[in-house]
Design a protein around this ligand. Structure first.
Ligand SMILES: Nc1ncnc2c1ncn2[C@@H]1O[C@H](COP(=O)(O)OP(=O)(O)O)[C@@H](O)[C@H]1O
Ligand SMILES: [Mg+2]
Length: 387
């Protein structure tokens, strides 16, 4: 087979240039250019595609150009490769690091499962110590979890307020107290219009604010409240948990889910009345606090004031005796835990037992000289005559 025949045959079979080459005996292989020339001379116009595929070519010049282009390309490619080895490459743009979310210190959800992270710090009680009389912290924990209104009954100074403050502290709940004395009227409770920059604006009273913002509320001495106040509270304390504010466009204010109600009620107070049954029924939990067991009360006195053990023991005995007298109706008021704390605090700051009793105990118990005398005699029983 002649060269020409071979090439023509190869062309007809659309072989690649490489394959075409391989058709020639090694010793007589022409250059690629030579092949193309030969083809051209043979009357076949061929074209060599990149990659060596033989197809159509118009002139030898085209081939030359194409080859030189290929060469420069190859050269450039080679140079580029060298460059990448030598010259330092521009730093790859760093993958934008996934920024760690700034760990915002989240207030822990309270053991009551309630989130009070919105609560103003200053409204959450702190540093409250409560000495239980019985299972009252358990009962109040239940009430809070089950969203029951709580009524705490008992003589003054028996720790009713302290107990609620303690529970609020444990829950991390904001707590406000509304004193239900005779001064409390609807305006003070619900709010009022105020003139500001020639405009009248409604300002929420404490109860509406607490309802909207999810605070806990203590209605202190609720049995002192006037009937119109109690009637406002009716719909708040039942399943409706709302107040319709007639004074403000009949605005329907609904309680926040974290809103809770506590109320305290003292006995033996002038001006107090029994709560009517319909009102009392609205409290799912009614807890009676009495005076704490003597051992607990002694412990409380020592811990709170630093008074010595034997004085604490005798003071508690004095208090117990006055509680007996009060129960019998012989004196209007007994010595409460609060009064004991005040008495002991005065004693540890250098007053004698008798001196301190005069300004912490006697006035609290009675204004009647005869009744004061009775209490003074009890003090003498345990502490002897004034020295
Ligand atoms: N169980 C108690 N635990 C701790 N402190 C108590 C307790 N009971 C009474 N106190 C003391 O007596 C004071 C009056 O208690 P408080 O809670 O205000 O009584 P109440 O609200 O029943 O009138 C408190 O400041 C506290 O020092
Ligand atoms: Mg109180």
């Amino acid at each position: 087979m002649t060269f020409k025949e071979d090439v023509l045959k190869a062309l007809n079979t659309q072989k690649t240039l490489k394959e075409l080459y391989s058709l020639f005996p090694e010793h007589s292989r022409p250059s690629i250019r030579g092949v193309v020339y030969k083809l051209a001379n043979a009357g076949k116009v061929t074209r060599i595609k990149k990659g060596g595929e033989v197809s159509y070519v118009q002139s030898v010049k085209d081939i030359d150009e194409e080859r030189s282009q290929d060469k420069t390309h190859a050269k450039e490619e080679e140079e580029r490769k060298k460059d990448t080895r030598k010259t330092p490459q521009p730093l790859k743009p760093l993958k934008p690091k996934r920024l760690k979310k700034k760990s915002i210190k989240k207030k822990p959800v309270s053991p009551f499962g309630m989130d009070f992270s919105y609560a103003p710090e200053e409204l959450v009680p702190k540093g409250v110590e409560y000495f239980p009389q019985s299972n009252e912290t358990k009962v109040l924990t239940y009430a809070v979890k089950e969203s029951k209104n709580v009524l705490l009954e008992g003589p003054t100074g028996t720790g009713k307020s302290t107990l609620v403050e303690f529970i609020a502290q444990e829950a991390g709940a904001p707590l406000i107290t509304i004193s239900c004395d005779v001064e409390l009227d609807k305006i003070e409770l619900l709010g009022k219009y105020e003139l500001k920059d020639n405009m009248t604006k409604w300002i929420d009273g404490p109860i509406l604010k607490a309802m909207r913002d999810g605070y806990w509320v203590v209605f202190d001495e609720i049995n002192m409240a006037k009937p119109d106040i109690l009637s406002v509270l009716h719909s708040l304390l039942d399943h409706r948990r709302q107040i319709i504010v007639k004074e403000h466009k009949n605005d329907v204010v609904k309680a926040h889910p974290n809103f809770r109600v506590f109320a305290t009620m003292n006995y033996n107070y002038e001006g107090t009345s029994e709560l009517n049954q319909a009102f009392k029924d609205r409290f799912g939990v009614v807890l009676h606090l009495s005076y704490m067991p003597p051992k607990q009360e002694i412990k409380l006195l020592i811990q709170k004031t630093g008074i010595d053990n034997s004085k604490a023991l005798h003071m508690v005995k004095v208090a117990e005796d006055t509680r007996d007298l009060a129960r019998k109706g012989e004196i209007p008021e007994a010595i409460s835990t609060r009064t004991l704390v005040e008495w002991a605090s005065a004693v540890v700051t250098n007053f004698t037992i008798h001196e301190a009793a005069e300004f912490t105990v006697l006035d609290k118990v009675s204004n009647e000289p005869a009744e004061r005398e009775d209490v003074y005699n009890i003090i003498k029983n345990y502490f002897g005559e004034k020295v």
